[in-house]
Ligand binder design. Structure first.
Ligand code: NAG
Length: 166
């Protein structure tokens, strides 16, 4: 589905910068300001955590929120505080309402190379910009995305979540 190709780079890009989230009951959660990812974006960290390998300085989306049929420009700045090598992976879940559209494990290094031309090992400060053409025909509704990234040894790189209404 086209939405996959639109949202994957978005989250990969944010990862140039993500754990586990209970989708059930997320509407009832009181928004915790401290979980907000800095910048103009709908992203939140999955949990309070100072141990993520990736420190995200900011993620800016233009337009924010993303609009169907428009080019989405993503600018992100972050710091990989430890080396991220081949074998790192991304767990991506996309839900449309309560239906799981995507539930997959992806190779983080491959995705970073394809999406933003950054090659592993990833280390230090990275600034990335990515344009994504969003399809016009995104079915209206609430989408929830959860992206969880780990090194090959299972150390958490980052975890991000977002709810986007189209
Ligand atoms: C990135 O993280 C490393 C390791 O913590 C730190 O030494 C470095 O100063 C950071 N770089 C920036 C630009 O914040």
């Amino acid at each position: 589905m086209k939405l996959t190709t639109a949202l994957l780079p978005l989250f990969i890009s944010s990862l140039a910068t993500s754990s586990s989230l209970s989708f059930f009951g997320s509407d009832q959660q009181v928004l915790d300001k401290t979980l907000e990812v800095p910048g103009a974006n709908p992203l939140e960290f999955c949990e309070k955590n100072d141990d993520y390998i990736l420190t995200i300085n900011n993620v800016d989306l233009e337009p924010n929120p993303p609009l169907p049929g428009k080019t989405l420009t993503i600018k992100a700045k972050g710091n990989f505080t430890e080396k991220v090598e081949e074998g790192a992976y991304l767990l991506l879940v996309v839900k449309y309402s309560l239906i799981k559209l995507i539930n997959q494990r992806a190779d983080l290094c491959e995705q970073m190379k394809d999406a933003v031309n950054e090659e592993c090992p990833l280390i230090g400060e990275k600034t990335i910009t990515k344009d994504v053409d969003l399809p016009k025909e995104i079915p209206p509704g609430s989408y929830t995305v959860n992206a969880d990234a780990y090194t090959k040894d299972g150390v958490k790189i980052t975890c991000l979540t977002a709810s986007i209404k189209f």
